[in-house]
Design a protein around this ligand. Sequence first.
Ligand code: HEM
Length: 295
Amino acid sequence: MPTPQSAIFRSGLRAHEHLEFDLRPGVTMGQVRAAFAPLQGGVFVQAIVVGFGERLWRLLAPAEACPPQLAPLMPIHGTGGTMPAQPHDVWLWLADRGPDVALDAARIAIQALEPTFTLVEDTQGFVYRDGRDLTGFIDGTENPPPDEAAEVALIAEGPGAGGSFALVQRWQHDLKRFQAQALGEQERAIGRTKLDSVELEELPENSHVARMVVETADGELAIWRRSVPWGNAAVNGLQFVGFSADPSRLTAMLERMYGATPDRLHDRLLDFSRPKTGALYFVPAMEALAAWVKA
Ligand code: HEM
């Protein structure tokens, strides 16, 4: 298999920068390739992931480098309301030990890409306590173990092999509303205990965990999550990042979340958090990046 972007699997870094860009009108693919060149070896950060929206990847890469599932995220309508989808052209995820290094790297990356792209989203994320979401619940308990993560996240063979699909959504919480609930009610909304993340024996059907466990004829759908909290004391939430070899797993989860399913149940999460942004990116293997992006 071609070499994946290894930072997809890099953990232990506490400061994160998520940048999303749109192509400026009239820009040529030669200019796009030239814009990425300074990033190679010029951004000093421990982890960097580059993803492309469907439109730009098709312009940059030949058909044989485009996986058949390559498509933009579509809005979802269900009993939980409407999920926004705002396709963008490039996603850069930079991570390091501290916010100073991550911020400097983000500024250098923006400077390199700005003549060719417009920065449309700039979200700083961080690890909260021992890997908790700002609700106080541990996020990532049921993530696949590291030795299974590659199989879950990466396209094994065929067009786009070694690449991955990433769903990137900035969720904004209403923490006052969440915390106004008694502890037991909070736990029934998530489906796990708050202190130590043990799955509830009587799992409510509309709890987040129950909605996200999707059984199919081939077993339970698996994704690799790398979400982090973002924001300040007043305005905050979760920068959701989920990788999958097959984007239909991500959309199946989102449909269950929004009640766009025959059971019409929506996720209790939606009562206190909503995505403000949402896009799907293709994260190509290193060889594809070298061939079609770097000049
Ligand atoms: C506000 C947004 C979200 C918050 C605060 C949140 C939080 C959590 C928490 C606390 C858990 C339980 C612990 C764990 O296994 O990690 C969990 C599980 C999970 N979440 Fe989320 N999540 C959010 C959005 C999403 C989205 C958008 C998806 C998928 C598209 C998703 C997919 C999953 C999956 C697959 C699990 C594991 C379920 C299991 O197998 O038990 N989450 N999430």
